[in-house]
Design a protein around this ligand. Structure first.
Ligand SMILES: Cc1cc2nc3c(=O)[nH]c(=O)nc-3n(C[C@H](O)[C@H](O)[C@H](O)COP(=O)(O)OP(=O)(O)OC[C@H]3O[C@@H](n4cnc5c(N)ncnc54)[C@H](O)[C@@H]3O)c2cc1C
Length: 452
């Protein structure tokens, strides 16, 4: 079996993994990156903003049950993360509001990924199409991994540190059902298709602590019965505007405060009968929010027109009376839904939680109705880490030599969300900094550059 020695082995070449790899190279350590897919970038290729809560107080308020150590580390490390992106020569715009409570920077994730890849290809080694079979351990410390190339040959990679960055387990229906919700495996996956829990399993096999189970997921509402055709649908079909609309379950009732955000509504819909509901916008919401961008700079898509064109369940009711003509096979009582809308309109401004805003009445026809369900981007359950991305041991303390970052890590969010790129960036950098500080048993010379 071929054997390679390196300081840092990174498993997964998306946002977190390539960040860790590029930083580790910058710090003068030798790096090997192993990626299962034939291409690098993962879900980061579809993202556009690095954003999170603008300070500890906001993070605590929107994500009170997330691990406080990780919440603070994310907020505190965010500015340095943005500086790192810019230091790589990648343009990162000024900050704009994101999701009402957050702030973030639009940047070209593809340029960033390609720059990191270029650095790894010239300064380290990158193996694509390569599966990780098992982590190597010595005296309780992780010391590398055994991997298999596409041609079947195996390589033993001996390293001082291993960074797990395989992007979560959203592509594994069983893990999703176990850790998110028994019905979560029915959701469409709006992410790269490769992230199927390899990091979690590798970590569990060496005694890592994991959690928090049932802590939810990041995702968005999408039209029911419209399969994603390609990754551009992940954004095009997401009904971000739901925070300005009303959502009714199969019992013809609202069940959540829609104004808290589409990402939270998506989690709550999963708990409702058949995990589907009717999303109703009126003419004003359609004009102002369905046709508009949800974040400054994002391309606007007419979600209603797209749903209609793709054969999704949707329709236009000229008046509230017309709700009585909803197709019976959809399973809703249209008159009852219309009555609920009348009641919201009559109630006017309701008292709402601190981060919410008031629902303006939906009182101007026509009404735009889409039947919706949640789609899954990544789970919040994962490998437990500390502020420097060291993996916690189920038996207490940390597992020497093992780090995790990005969507492989759990505990940061609990039924709340403040960015996916930001934790991949911040904890990817932290993992590299901590890994580079470990004493190296090797001679420190970088292996011959090779990109395969
Ligand atoms: C459509 C869309 C839009 C988004 N927009 C935003 C946004 O604007 N802002 C934001 O903050 N977040 C956004 N996100 C979320 C963000 O992309 C992720 O949170 C982020 O990419 C996570 O980084 P990661 O490195 O953990 O995972 P990824 O970037 O997905 O990388 C994981 C990598 O690991 C590889 N891998 C998987 N299994 C293995 C294995 N066994 N061995 C080796 N490699 C493996 C994968 O192929 C992939 O390359 C968006 C996500 C999607 C899908």
């Amino acid at each position: 079996m071929q054997r390679i020695e390196t300081d840092v082995l990174v498993i997964g070449a998306g946002m977190a993994g390539l960040t860790a790899a590029a930083r580790a190279l910058d710090l003068g350590t030798s790096v090997v990156v192993v990626e299962k897919s034939d291409t690098v970038g993962g879900s980061a290729r579809f993202a556009g903003y690095a954003w999170t809560a603008p300070g500890r107080a906001v993070m605590d308020e929107v994500n009170p049950d997330g691990d406080p150590v990780l919440r603070n580390a994310l907020v505190d490390g965010f500015a340095d993360g943005i500086a790192w992106i810019r230091a790589l020569g990648v343009h990162c715009a000024d900050s704009v509001p994101v999701l009402r409570y957050g702030r973030g920077h639009r940047f070209d994730t593809n340029q960033y990924i390609d720059e990191c890849r270029r650095r790894v290809s010239t300064g380290g080694q990158l193996f694509t199409g390569t599966e990780t079979l098992a982590l190597r351990t010595e005296d309780g410390a992780v010391t590398g991994a055994r991997v298999r190339r596409p041609d079947g040959t195996e390589i033993e990679i001996v390293s001082t540190a291993v960074v797990l960055a395989t992007g979560g387990f959203q592509a594994d229906g069983e893990l999703v059902a176990e850790h998110i919700h028994p019905r979560a495996g029915e959701m469409q996956v709006r992410s790269n298709p490769v992230s199927a829990g390899a990091g979690l399993r590798l970590a569990e096999n060496v005694g890592a602590a994991t959690g928090m189970s049932r802590s939810g997921f990041y995702g968005h509402l999408v039209p029911t019965r419209v399969p994603f055709r390609d990754p551009s649908d992940f954004v095009a079909l997401s009904l971000y505007y739901s925070e300005h609309a009303l959502l009714f379950n199969l019992g013809n009732r609202r069940f959540t405060d829609e104004t808290l955000g589409d990402h939270l509504t998506a989690m709550r819909l999963l708990d409702q009968p058949e995990a589907r509901g009717l999303l109703v916008a009126d003419e004003r919401v359609y004009r102002e929010w369905v046709l508009g961008s949800y974040v400054e700079g994002a391309v606007a898509v007419d979600k209603f027109e797209l749903t209609q064109r793709r054969g999704g369940r949707c329709g236009i009711a000229e008046t509230l009376e017309d709700f009585a003509y909803l197709p019976p096979e959809w399973g809703y009582d249209g008159a009852a839904v219309a009555e609920q809308i009348r009641q919201v309109n009559a109630a006017g401004t309701a008292v709402r939680p601190a981060r919410a805003h008031d629902i303006a009445p939906l009182d101007t026809g026509p009404y735009y109705i889409i039947e919706t369900c949640p789609a899954l981007t990544f789970p919040f359950h994962g490998i437990r880490i500390d502020a420097t991305a060291r993996v916690l041991s189920a038996g207490g303390g940390t597992i020497p030599g093992l780090f995790a970052a990005g969507s492989d890590a759990g505990g940061l969010y609990h039924h709340a969300y403040a960015g996916g790129i930001a934790p991949a960036l911040v904890f990817g950098l932290a993992a590299a900094d901590a890994a580079a500080a470990l004493p190296s048993p090797h001679d420190g010379t970088a292996p011959a550059a090779a990109s395969t």
